[in-house]
Design a protein around this ligand. Structure first.
Ligand code: PLP
Length: 396
């Protein structure tokens, strides 16, 4: 870790006082190569972005192919573009009815913004219910849905109309009512420290939304696309949201977001007003080519049962370690609490000395996260995990 922003140079914005402070010269598979010759085993995958490791050959080939064919030609929705079609079809193939229509945007936060607009437009209501501990992104709408409030307060006033409820508080679901346009929830809360919502709670959310006419929006930007051992984390609860938000891994390493709904629902953005949501770069041909290749590789190369088994095995072994206070997990999305934030800082440094990259959460200083590539070689992954256990041993 380095002090201050100096290392980023004079012209780049810095938002963390403690950047990792090393210069990347390459990244392949599970490994990040640093200037000076060190390489780090990536236990974080860029917070879930590089779910198939760095520089997946199929994704790279798709990017090269599209770059040679054409780059951006027009704002979203005017021309038919093969890469967009391929990515949307591959994504819809993984989903159930009625989720059959994809709107591609450029980031997770933008997918949330699109979902907010779609829900308000379709229901003609303005109330929004979101979860305590949520993180939905850094734009002002997504931030208004996020919690805890100290992350928001200095930026207020943000988008009005949001009420937060505690996760797993079934009584509080009565706050979803006739004025609620939508309920937003991460199926597994990410930056709160990996908090999976129970199937019973997700089912209760679904039925309260059905009763009141509110739309259920699930944010699987971090927890989706294989991370939890299911293609979509909501599958485990046997429910389907009205709007699904995706991002991160979906671009195979390029910037993307998407919100997915039924054709009928999505049609609301096409009239009154027409062009109800527009984007210059959303569905960019290079990005959607990468996304289609990512989705093809996810289907062929990731054994979701294995993801679930390794996640359960790691969680059990971590729970047995004396330095560990608590473990929460869903597949290979794992949050581990230690005795204090200071212990976490020491662990990140101990792991770095063993060429292992682990990372903090946004809102849980006593925890650290694990989200390694889902297609990692089993023995290489085990070796990295052993290095993590040895790093924990060093905490004494
Ligand atoms: N939603 C969740 C659950 C996230 O974890 C994130 C990013 O960490 C976002 C939304 C925002 O995505 P992006 O950073 O691509 O805007």
């Amino acid at each position: 870790m380095m002090e201050g922003a100096d290392f980023l140079g004079r012209h780049l914005a810095a938002t963390t006082p403690h950047p990792l402070g090393e210069r990347v010269v390459g990244a392949n598979g599970c490994w990040i190569e640093l200037e000076g010759g060190d390489r780090l085993f990536d236990m974080v995958s860029g917070i879930g972005v590089s779910a198939l490791g760095h520089g997946h050959p199929g994704v790279r080939a798709a990017i090269h192919g599209q770059v040679d064919q054409h780059l951006h030609v027009m704002v979203y929705g005017e021309y038919a573009q093969a890469a967009q079609d391929a990515a949307a079809s591959a994504l819809v193939e993984t989903l159930q009815d009625p989720l059959d229509t994809v709107y591609f945007v450029n980031s997770g936060a933008e997918a949330i913004e699109g979902a907010i607009k779609l829900a308000r437009r379709a229901t003609r209501r303005n109330g929004l219910v979101a979860m305590e501990g949520a993180y939905h992104g850094g734009t002002t709408g997504a931030l208004a849905l996020s919690e805890p409030s100290e992350r928001r307060e200095v930026f207020e006033p943000l988008m009005p109309g949001v009420e937060h409820v505690a996760v797993e508080d079934f009584e509080a679901l009565q706050k979803i009512g006739a004025q609620t346009a939508a309920v937003f929830a991460e199926t597994v809360q990410g930056d709160a420290g990996v908090v999976p919502l129970s199937s019973a709670y997700l089912q209760a959310l679904r039925s309260r939304c059905d009763q009141t006419g509110a739309l259920l929006v699930l944010d699987e930007i971090q927890c989706g696309l294989g991370r939890t051992g299911r293609t979509h984390a909501f599958e485990r609860a046997g429910i389907v949201p009205d709007i699904l938000c995706l991002g991160k891994a979906l671009g195979g390493g390029l910037p993307i977001g998407a919100f997915v709904a039924s054709r009928e629902l999505m049609a609301q953005l096409g009239h009154s007003p027409k062009l109800g949501h527009v984007t210059s770069f959303g569905g960019h041909p290079v990005v959607t080519a990468a996304s289609a290749a990512f989705l093809a590789a996810l289907k062929l190369e990731v054994d979701l049962g294995w993801v679930e088994r390794v996640g359960a095995d790691w969680s059990a072994r971590l729970r047995a370690h004396p330095a560990v206070v608590e473990v929460r997990s869903a597949g290979l999305m794992i949050g581990v609490d230690l005795a204090s934030a200071e212990h976490v800082n020491r662990l990140v440094e101990a792991a770095r000395r063993r060429n292992l990259l682990i990372f903090w959460f946004l809102s849980r200083p006593i925890g650290f996260r694990l989200s390694p590539p889902l297609n990692a070689d089993a023995s290489e992954l085990e070796e990295a995990f052993v290095q993590l256990l040895l790093s924990l041993d060093e905490l004494g």
